[in-house]
Design a protein around this ligand. Structure first.
Ligand SMILES: Cc1cc2nc3c(=O)[nH]c(=O)nc-3n(C[C@H](O)[C@H](O)[C@H](O)COP(=O)(O)OP(=O)(O)OC[C@H]3O[C@@H](n4cnc5c(N)ncnc54)[C@H](O)[C@@H]3O)c2cc1C
Ligand code: SF4
Length: 336
């Protein structure tokens, strides 16, 4: 039996751990006090409106294996090659040596404070998609004054495809998340007007295009191709928006109760730090695999593997498939 370390107990880390622990001893390190932090902060998941809590329970159940040791509250701060092992050092200074390590440290969302012109952190009516998700989960969507909102406006591509923030890449999950959230808002508040401002809608997955049509045809969500250049507060705590409808070529000035910023996926601090210390850091701080086509779970360093959103933005489904591929890659490497 080999000893394998997995860093990060998100969907990628858990899925890979559950497979590898059938044959080997696995230690799963997680910096937070629970597993699956980036699942617990969501209500329902695209594409099929699965309950995030149900998915989390199913994934957690996969951890029941005597060969698998879960270490919560253990943040790995460095990952360096020592002789034939990888040396992991946690924030308390403890060191652990493993011949095989899977990096599954995932993402965090773009910090919306960096887009000052959109007023996040300044005007209370400007919130992020995660904050709206929390309201949906709590089954109560209210405006700043504690009333039912008359209008909710979504803005796509916040911190993605954006020169100013330096993130030129597409975050992949936020278009479909906006459509999903718009439908959820309309289900809860049928009389609330919902607008989605987009650059272009990237409905890449199975069922996504249908969800977009449903949002328009069944729920009356309004999609506007355009950019919001500026947000400000009104006297009654609403948000005044300056925008342009780029299809019609007309400037727009409108007020909304909530402006929801669809924040993109960035490399988590753990991904950045450990990618750098292990020498596998790629573009935008995401971890770099050996080859996206043929060796997407291997890295240029012996014994170090990568899986999930630490490599690039991806959905849960893609993450779990990728984690399975990583587990097979590790099993093959151990056998060689
Ligand atoms: C707003 C938003 C909505 C989304 N909605 C959906 C949806 O509806 N459906 C869908 O399919 N996908 C959705 N996603 C994407 C989904 O969240 C990801 O696909 C998934 O969480 C990726 O899993 P992961 O295990 O790769 O990374 P993560 O979930 O990020 O897990 C990584 C884990 O590593 C831990 N970690 C990080 N650094 C360290 C360290 N140094 N030491 C120890 N532990 C560490 C973290 O605490 C975390 O638990 C959404 C994403 C966003 C931004
Ligand atoms: S998925 Fe959509 S909202 Fe997100 S960055 Fe890509 S185009 Fe923009």
């Amino acid at each position: 039996m080999a000893n394998i370390a997995i860093i990060g107990a998100g969907p990628a880390g858990i899925e890979a751990a559950s497979i590898l622990a059938k044959r080997h001893h696995v230690t799963l390190f997680e910096r937070a006090e629970t597993t699956l932090t980036n699942i617990h902060d969501k209500a329902l998941l695209f594409p099929d409106f699965t309950s995030a809590e149900d998915l989390a329970t199913q994934l957690d159940n996969k951890l029941n294996n005597p060969n698998l040791e879960l270490r919560l509250n253990t943040e790995i701060k460095s990952l360096v090659r020592e002789d034939n092992n990888w040396r992991l050092t946690d924030s308390a200074g403890n060191q652990y040596d493993f011949p095989y390590v899977l990096l599954a440290t995932g993402y965090h969302v773009f910090d919306a404070h960096k887009k000052e012109e959109l007023g996040y952190g300044i005007y209370k009516g400007v919130i992020t998609s995660l904050e709206l998700e929390k309201m949906i989960k709590g089954n109560q969507i209210l405006n700043v004054n504690g009333d039912t909102p008359q209008q909710i406006t979504f803005l796509q591509c916040v911190g993605s495809r954006d020169e100013k923030s330096g993130n030129h890449y597409c975050s992949k999950v936020c278009c479909v998340t906006a459509v999903k959230q718009a439908i959820e808002v309309k289900k809860m508040l049928p009389n609330t007007d919902v607008y989605v401002f987009y650059m272009d809608l990237r409905m890449w997955g199975q069922g996504f295009e249908e969800m977009y049509r449903t949002a328009q045809e069944e729920y009356g969500v309004n999609f506007v191709r355009g950019r919001i250049s500026e947000a400000a507060a009104t006297y009654d705590n609403r948000v005044q928006i300056k925008a342009e409808d780029t299809l019609m070529g007309v400037p727009l000035n409108l007020s909304t109760d909530l402006l929801v910023l669809m924040v993109g996926m960035c490399a988590s601090d753990g991904t950045r730090q450990l990618g750098e210390s292990a020498g596998v850091s790629g573009e935008y701080g995401f971890a770099k695999s050996k080859s996206e086509h043929l060796a997407d779970n291997l890295t240029e360093r012996d014994g170090l593997f990568v899986a999930g959103a630490c490599k690039r933005p991806m959905s849960v489904n893609d993450t779990i498939q990728d984690a399975r591929a990583a587990a097979v890659t590790i099993l093959n490497t151990i056998q060689e």
